[in-house]
Design a protein around this ligand. Structure first.
Ligand code: HEM
Length: 152
């Protein structure tokens, strides 16, 4: 069997099995577990933001988001969604790159780019969620001015 030929599905392993952690297996499990959690998190997110508020999608504005980010519950909901979705998306893209990119160097470079992009977005997103301050840089012509003055 050459590297380009797939073994029969039930064929015994020809090479000795790797001991150690099987990252591919855990990646496979991660995709399923995160997929189930993402269904709840994403559809909950869409319902709470777009369907539940009075006026539906028209109620969505800066104040609505500021209100949600004032609550640790929604902060953690959004951060969990961010982490799970980015790692899920990056691992899914890694699978696609591994399947379709034949050149080993290009494949390795693309997988690095995927994980670096995911890491940067996860760090930035997490910082935004936990450091969000609606009063930062607010000016007297803003509708938030009075509220922010009262808070200060
Ligand atoms: C609604 C919740 C979601 C569920 C239930 C779900 C489920 C899954 C599952 C089970 C797989 C593995 C498929 C396989 O190995 O054959 C997968 C792959 C993938 N998912 Fe998701 N996913 C969800 C959301 C997302 C999101 C939000 C993204 C993007 C950030 C995403 C991007 C991907 C990618 C790129 C793949 C790889 C596709 C491939 O291998 O061809 N998924 N998804």
């Amino acid at each position: 069997m050459t590297a380009d030929t797939l073994a029969a599905p039930r064929a015994p392993h020809s090479a000795p099995r790797n001991k150690g952690v099987n990252l591919e297996k855990w990646g496979w499990i991660y995709m399923r577990v995160s997929g189930v959690l993402l269904v709840v998190l994403i559809f909950g997110h869409l319902f709470v933001n777009l369907v539940a508020p009075e006026g539906g999608v028209h109620a969505l504005n800066f104040a609505f988001v500021a209100g949600k980010f004032a609550s640790p519950f929604w902060q953690w909901w959004d951060v969990l969604m961010l982490w799970l979705a980015f790692i899920h998306g990056a691992n899914g893209m890694r699978t696609i790159v591994n399947d379709y990119v034949h050149n080993a160097k290009v494949r390795s470079a693309l997988v690095w780019v995927i994980w670096i992009a995911a890491a940067v977005m996860i760090v930035l997103g997490t910082l935004v969620v936990f450091t969000f301050d609606p009063c930062l840089g607010v000016t007297p012509d803003s509708t938030l001015w009075d509220m922010c003055q009262a808070q200060a």
